[in-house]
Design a protein around this ligand. Structure first.
Ligand code: FE
Length: 285
């Protein structure tokens, strides 16, 4: 067994997205352009409506999957596939933009806490121009495992014999939300070939001899196991794993393809209203 240690610590960059939403970005910044197969991680957490009220009006995506995990608050989603979804506390939304989706994500609250994560997962070359798909699951659909004050919610992949509602056949994404009481250890076996990262968002975490605070992402180095311990106030973090695609990445804003030519094509298709090619089936829970 080889223990994974900290390979890189990436403090979040606070930026403004959409029509004026404050997000804390780690993957997708100059410090960490991509973390194959992940393209972007935004953490949003604010009590101030000025940080979120403007929302994300209609905008396009092509070439990847967006996975949103809502911790607090209420957003409404509408897209060019004809889906209308309500994303509420504890719920998740998975959107395979693939060949093209235009969507909006708008807050349905004028005050109170809005908190969650949006992750972009890359698609292999052969899937980038496939049909888009959409899935939404409320909090009740996430298996939750609780023992001795430890609580683990499974968004994607397997934990203790239970599976989360999201299944990614291309990158085998594992996505857990882990809450630990003070000074409590957490260990996990992981695929040696997988990219693995953690992002604490409550309390703090001890990894090796390093204390990691919130608003920072921890990339773990090679190995097939890792161990962390919650700090004196406990810890809550998301834990992500995924098989790298090892393909060229050319990104321009909301379009992520393999070549410059494909990016030019994406712009041309968007300008000529050809980004969205057909309606696709919706699976919801
Ligand atoms: Fe979007």
């Amino acid at each position: 067994m080889t223990q994974r240690s900290i390979q890189q610590l990436v403090p979040a960059l606070t930026i403004t997205e959409g029509a004026g939403v404050t997000v804390h970005r780690t993957i997708g910044t100059p410090r960490l352009r991509h973390l194959d197969p992940f393209l972007l991680l935004d953490h949003f957490a604010s009590n101030d409506p000025d940080d979120y009220i403007a929302g994300f009006p209609d905008h396009p995506h092509r070439g990847f999957i967006t996975l949103t995990y809502m911790l607090d608050g209420h957003m409404e989603h509408r897209d060019s596939m004809g889906n209308r979804g309500d994303l509420r506390a504890g719920g998740i939304q998975w959107m395979k933009a693939a060949s093209g989706v235009i969507h909006s994500e708008m807050p349905q609250q004028t005050d109170g806490l809005m908190r969650g994560f949006q992750l972009w997962i890359n698609l292999p070359a052969g899937e980038k121009m496939s049909d888009p798909q959409y899935q939404e699951f409320s909090a009740a659909h996430l298996p939750t495992i609780e023992h001795d004050g430890v609580r683990i919610k499974i968004i994607s992949g397997e934990y203790a014999g239970r599976r989360g509602p999201i299944d990614d056949p291309h990158t085998q994404v594992q996505y857990l939300d882990v809450s630990l009481p003070p000074e409590t250890p957490f260990t996990r076996r992981v695929d040696d070939n997988a990219t693995v990262f953690l992002y604490p968002f409550e309390g703090n975490l001890l990894i090796g001899g390093t204390t990691v605070e919130t608003h920072a992402l921890v990339v773990l180095g090679p190995g097939d196991e890792f161990a962390v311990t919650a700090g004196p106030r406990g810890a809550r973090f998301i834990l992500l794993g995924g098989r790298p695609l090892r393909e060229p990445i050319v990104q321009y804003g909301p379009f992520v393809m393999n070549t410059e030519q494909e990016i030019r094509q994406a712009f041309e298709d968007y300008r000529n209203n050809r980004l969205v090619k057909k309606r696709a089936q919706t699976v919801s829970g």
